[in-house]
Design a protein around this ligand. Structure first.
Ligand SMILES: NC(=O)C1=CN([C@@H]2O[C@H](COP(=O)(O)OP(=O)(O)OC[C@H]3O[C@@H](n4cnc5c(N)ncnc54)[C@H](OP(=O)(O)O)[C@@H]3O)[C@@H](O)[C@H]2O)C=CC1
Ligand SMILES: O=C(O)[C@@H]1CCC=N1
Length: 272
């Protein structure tokens, strides 16, 4: 692939596609090196107006861009590839953001030798705090992985993983923000149960979540150690922890993330 800033097409500029566009622009990626595609004209207008990038049809995108970031839903990937797969010119890099879909699903529908990279990012990309896992598919070299990292590092942290781990990654970090939002919802409700105004409960829990996350990141301590530091003998915390363990929160999380991983596998099996 040529050196310098590559022209990237976000194919399927929905929630995640838009996060990619906005993140790349925030990082200084030139707008004239970004393309987007959508299905709906009103969405096309919205993206073009909001970000000043060319919104084109899929065939124009695969012709004009060097990197094709496919951010359609897994259920829509087959139709997209039927449209553009055989007509992707040589020398393009295909990056899939699609949960569950193995790179082989793309390689089988692309010209022989097309490099494919699979990434799993998440919505904190909006605030440049994403966790993005990057895996090499067929024909992807270290150069291709480095280019994917260059694209996603401005959005947050990146990690390289074997593709075999990507369904687990999807369960943990791809879907992960939703679990934390659910936890915050429940703790705010608990605050209300204990007589706090909703806004006060919300402010308390959000900052506690931020502080706890920063401690996890910056202290390097194991979460058990950090939890023990809060849990005073015969104090309030151990009373709550006992209830959490009694109600099976730990087992519930294990089952929930296993279900997410299993759904990723189902998406692959159902993709046509
Ligand atoms: N949401 C998340 O937190 C994460 C999602 N992902 C993955 O990212 C991908 C997108 O997810 P998300 O952004 O949430 O979904 P969205 O539905 O918001 O975005 C998908 C977009 O692709 C468009 N689209 C579908 N088919 C075509 C096509 N043939 N040509 C052009 N555009 C098309 C859709 O158009 P239309 O609006 O008309 O339907 C939509 O705008 C999925 O594969 C998902 O697994 C990965 C990490 C996190
Ligand atoms: O729920 C989903 O399928 C997508 C992929 C990971 C997060 N959201």
């Amino acid at each position: 692939m040529s050196t310098g800033v590559h022209t990237v097409a976000v194919i399927g500029a929905g929630k995640i596609g838009e996060l990619m566009l906005s993140g790349l622009l925030r990082s200084g990626w030139p707008a004239d090196r970004l393309l987007a595609t959508t299905r709906r004209p009103e969405r096309a207008e919205e993206i073009a107006t909001r970000y000043g990038v060319r919104v084109v049809d899929n065939l124009t995108a695969v012709r004009d861009a060097e990197v094709l970031a496919i951010s359609v839903k897994p259920q829509d990937a087959g139709v997209l590839l039927d449209e553009v797969g055989p007509r992707i010119p040589d020398g393009k890099l295909v990056i899939s953001l699609c949960a569950g879909l193995p790179t082989g699903f793309f390689s089988r529908r692309l010209p022989a030798g097309t490099p494919v990279v699979r990434v799993m990012t998440n919505t904190p990309a909006l605030v440049d705090q994403a966790m993005t896992a990057i895996s090499a598919g067929a024909h992807a070299t270290g150069e291709h992985l480095a280019l994917a990292e260059e694209m996603f590092k401005p959005l947050g942290a990146t990690i390289r993983v074997p593709e075999s781990q990507q369904d687990a990654v999807t369960a943990l970090s791809g879907s992960g923000p939703a679990y934390f939002y659910l936890l915050v919802e429940a703790m705010v409700d608990a605050g209300i149960l204990l007589g706090l105004p909703r806004q006060v409960a919300h402010e308390l829990i959000v900052q506690t979540a931020i502080g706890s996350a920063v401690m996890l990141r910056d202290s390097g301590e194991h979460p058990v150690k950090l939890r023990e530091a809060v849990t005073s003998p015969a104090g309030t915390t151990i009373s709550a922890v006992r209830e959490l363990e009694k109600h099976g929160v730990r087992a519930a999380l294990l089952a929930a993330l296993e279900a997410a991983r299993d759904r990723a596998r189902e998406l692959a099996a159902q993709a046509t």
